[in-house]
Design a protein around this ligand. Structure first.
Ligand code: FES
Ligand SMILES: [Fe+2]
Length: 338
């Protein structure tokens, strides 16, 4: 079953420039038509298979760099320069269904008609939020990426001092399975001695923190503070090919009129933290490959502290097999030492 996947950021489609990307092993190209709407075509000229992404966009049409054939947003050939026209009966290239929403261009890679529209980013229309979108290439499975984004225990090691420092305090966590995934809510969470907490919660106080997996390939981390400050990190994964995953992370934070100023510090800090995760997952993937070369890898071992990883794996395995997804309404509790 196909799904909507993020292809690129809307800002990646600059005037006159096609944008090459790969999704699920398919080389694709995105560009904006004359009406400003995005289009996604397979990245292969129908004439001699030159990559259309190395051409240019002329008046909303994509022009091949080899003999200048032009394509419209539906993949149809609109002009063959050597003939001065478009000959009838020449097949064009496949165009994918596209939707631009919440700063991202989404595409539907299936041959069937799309189901619904891409899921909205929760904070996108709320007032007072400042947003930016990061695009990051990870090495690993979609499951490994999503688990990493929703996993608290790694933060005291990988992001020690930047996002979370160990306090050895118990934190109660409640995991609830939902109709579209699963959510973990944390209670009495310590948050001391880190750069992020100094920025967002300098005076402490109770906060609300949830980590949510939204099937099939999105994670959503939400923090709300008593001061009214909040931040939301929504990440959506687009499999590229092999073990590469393109992750689009929409960072939204509520800091009122100070938001654009806070962004100056928050954006480089967010990039630094995400690169710490890229580095860790890269080492995991490389190590798995080395050991897999010696024979079958043993199954990974999970404990009660791995709150959402098993739910992510179960959901995605069910979707792959075409089985019914895990039941909603199951509640489990765990106490983590963070
Ligand atoms: S290969 Fe594209 S126009 Fe010839
Ligand atoms: Fe992380």
């Amino acid at each position: 079953m196909a799904h909507w996947y993020a292809a690129c950021r809307g800002s990646d489609l600059r005037a006159g420039r096609p944008h090459a990307f790969t999704l699920l092993g398919r080389p694709l190209v995105a560009f904006r038509g004359a009406d400003g709407q995005p289009a996604v075509l397979e990245d292969r000229c129908a004439h001699r298979h030159a990559p259309l992404s190395s051409g240019r966009v002329c008046a909303g049409e994509l022009q091949c760099p080899y003999h200048g054939w032009r394509y419209g947003t539906h993949g149809q050939v609109t002009h063959v320069p050597a003939l001065g026209a478009a000959p009838p009966g020449v097949a064009g290239v496949t165009a994918l269904q596209v939707c631009e929403q919440d700063g991202l261009v989404w595409c539907w890679p299936g041959a069937d008609a799309p189901i619904g529209t891409p899921r909205r980013i929760a904070t996108h229309d709320q007032p007072g939020f400042t947003r930016f979108i990061m695009k990051t290439r990870f090495r690993g499975s979609v499951e490994a990426c999503l688990e990493n984004f929703l996993d608290c225990p790694h933060a005291t090691f990988v992001h020690k001092g930047w996002f979370r420092s160990p306090t050895a305090q118990p934190v109660r966590a409640v995991v609830t399975t939902l109709a579209d995934g699963a959510v973990a809510e944390y209670f009495d969470e310590p948050r001391k001695r880190s750069v992020i907490w100094a920025l967002f919660a300098p005076r402490g106080g109770a906060m609300r923190h949830t980590d949510r997996f939204i099937a099939p390939h999105t994670s959503c981390v939400d923090y709300e503070f008593p001061s009214g400050l909040a931040y939301n990190i929504t990440s959506t994964c687009s499999p590229v090919e092999g073990d590469a995953v393109e992750v689009f992370t929409v960072m939204s934070f509520k800091f009122g009129w100070l938001g654009p100023l806070v962004r100056l510090a928050f954006e480089p800090l967010s990039r630094w933290i995400i690169w710490q995760d890229v580095g860790m997952l890269d080492r995991v993937a490389a190590n798995r490959a080395r050991h897999a070369a010696l024979g079958a890898l043993p199954r990974v071992q999970s404990t009660a502290a791995d709150l959402l990883g098993p739910h992510i794996a179960a959901w995605r395995a069910a979707l792959t097999r075409g089985d019914a997804p895990p039941a909603a309404g199951q509640i489990t509790e765990a106490t983590l030492t963070l």
